[in-house]
Every structure is written in C-alpha cells, then in structure tokens.
Design a protein around this ligand. Structure first.
Ligand SMILES: Nc1ncnc2c1ncn2[C@@H]1O[C@H](COP(=O)(O)OP(=O)(O)OP(=O)(O)O)[C@@H](O)[C@H]1O
Ligand SMILES: [Mg+2]
Length: 262
C-alpha cells in the first residue's frame, strides 16, 4: 500500500490571547502569542506546568475560541475543528474505546465522517502498518501495552489523513524505552507524510530531539520567551543526536529560559 506524500499545513498565530471567563474571576492565560509554523515543520512547545500549553492546543482545534488575535491554517481563520487537523492526547486510556478492537477504534472517526467502507478499510490498514501494529487488528486496547495503545491513537489520527498533527504530552505515561521508540515513530510519520507537527512536552531533551524549532512559553499570562532553532539535521539518532555538543547546549538554554534565569 502506498502512502501518498501530502503537504503539511501552514499555521500562523497572530497576537493570540486567551482569557477564560465565567468562573467568577477572569483568568488571562495567553498574552499575544505570535508564531508561524511552516508546512512540514516540527515544532516542540515547552513551558512550566500551568503556563497554557494545553490551552494553546485547544485553541488550534477551534473548540475553544480565542479571546483576541487569530489563528490561520493555510491562511484560513480557525473557528471550528479544521478538517486537516488531528490531535493525540496523553491519556490514551481515555481516548480509545475499550469495547472496540484496534481496527474499529481507528475506523470510528472515518465512519463518523461517512467515508466509504472500502476507503476506510484501506486507510485503517495503512495506518496500522505505519505505526507498526500489524497483527493486532482484532485485539482490544486493554490487551495492549501503554506504548501500543498510544500507537493506536497515533494510527487513528493518521487515518484521517491530517496535514497538521498536534500532540499534547503524548508519551508522558509510557516507560523510558517505549518513549524513545514512539519519538522515532513520530519522526518517521512526519518524514513519510510531510505533515506539520506540533508537540507539547515537559521533557526538554525530547523537545530538542524531535524539533526543527522549540517554542518556549513562560509567565502569567504566558508569552513567547523564545523560539529556538535546532540546527541538528535529520534523520536523528537517539544516541548520536543526544551526544552532539549542540544538543546539550540547546537543552541548557531552554532549561534556563523556563527557570526564568535568562
Ligand atoms: N476551562 C478553563 N477555565 C478556566 N481556567 C482554565 C481552564 N482550562 C485551563 N485553565 C487554566 O489555565 C491555565 C493554563 O492551563 P493549561 O492546562 O493550558 O496549562 P499547561 O501548560 O497545559 O499545564 P500542564 O503542563 O500542567 O499540562 C491554568 O492556570 C489553568 O488552571
Ligand atoms: Mg497541559
């Protein structure tokens, strides 16, 4: 089965501000966030807990409205869930349906979109292959390890053929070795499809390892403390890339930014 090469979407955040209202006092979380993510680019987003990373991703899905500013996907303003965007969350245990097999879980959003059966079957099979889950079609999520469940969640996201993939701490609940494998899987996915990829992580090493660029958010309300280019080149290698002198230097720089030492 072939994977037609797609082009990633271009994302533009223009003075994006978010204030949550309606719970007594207003909560100003994001303050004039500006960022451009080019088609096919990999952007990691880091920042202290509670800074507003998940909020930023929610705004991208169009389900939570921006307070001011705008989000443009390929120049079109996001006001409802964009067709071309897929999202993977940390809590795979909550995002997969326990009563559906791997195959049915991946197929579900395609059914909701009323995609024809033959096409659904092809997309599900190619997504299963892409994430290395062949042979597990008929198993249930609870029969799989955490890492495999997260692969199912990624496959489900891919089956919708997104042009932008957004992930919120997708590997936070898996063991260290599985995490490295999943990191390399998302790099392969980006490479195979050329999808624009955004990943929120607490792990600065992971942020640098994966990305073309790291967006550092700090402050209350949050602003962009820095956008750091990662000049390490691809393909990356878990041993060699992490041993590169620039790698340590970059992660140190990001660490200091987050701690507010610079
Ligand atoms: N629906 C909501 N209503 C009011 N305040 C909210 C809402 N959702 C989030 N917040 C607040 O917005 C701030 C940012 O939350 P958010 O979940 O975006 O942070 P985060 O950077 O993802 O944190 P973490 O790293 O812990 O996941 C927090 O102070 C949170 O309490
Ligand atoms: Mg969060």
């Amino acid at each position: 089965m072939t994977h037609p090469k797609r082009t990633g979407a271009r994302l533009e955040l223009k003075d994006v501000t978010k204030t949550y209202t309606g719970h007594g006092e207003d909560k100003h979380v994001l303050d004039r966030i500006n960022c451009i993510v080019e088609p096919g680019e990999f952007l990691s987003i880091v920042g202290p807990s509670g800074v507003g990373k998940t909020t930023l991703l929610r705004l991208l899905t169009g389900l939570t409205p921006v307070t001011s500013g705008e989000i443009l996907l390929d120049g079109k303003r996001v006001t409802s869930p964009p067709e071309d965007l897929a999202i993977v969350l940390q809590e795979y245990t909550r995002s997969l349906m326990p009563w559906l097999t791997v195959e049915k879980n991946i197929e579900l959003p395609l059914k909701l979109k009323k995609i024809a059966k033959e096409e659904r079957r092809e997309r599900v099979q190619s997504a299963i292959l892409e994430v290395g889950l062949e042979g597990n079609d008929s198993r249930y999520p609870w029969q799989l390890s955490g890492g495999m469940q997260q692969r199912v969640a990624i496959a489900r996201a891919l089956a919708s053929r997104p042009r932008i993939l957004v992930m919120d701490e997708p590997f936070a609940s898996v063991d260290a070795q599985t995490r490295l494998d999943l990191e390399d899987l998302v790099l392969k996915v980006r490479d195979d499809f050329g999808i624009t990829t955004l990943l929120v992580t607490h792990d600065m090493d992971e942020a640098v390892y994966l990305a073309d660029r790291v967006l550092v958010l700090t402050g209350k309300p949050a602003h962009v403390a820095a956008e750091i280019a990662v000049p390490l080149g691809y393909p990356r290698d878990q041993v060699d890339t992490r041993a590169h002198p620039d790698f340590g230097h970059l992660r140190g720089e990001i660490y200091q930014l987050i701690r507010g030492k610079r």
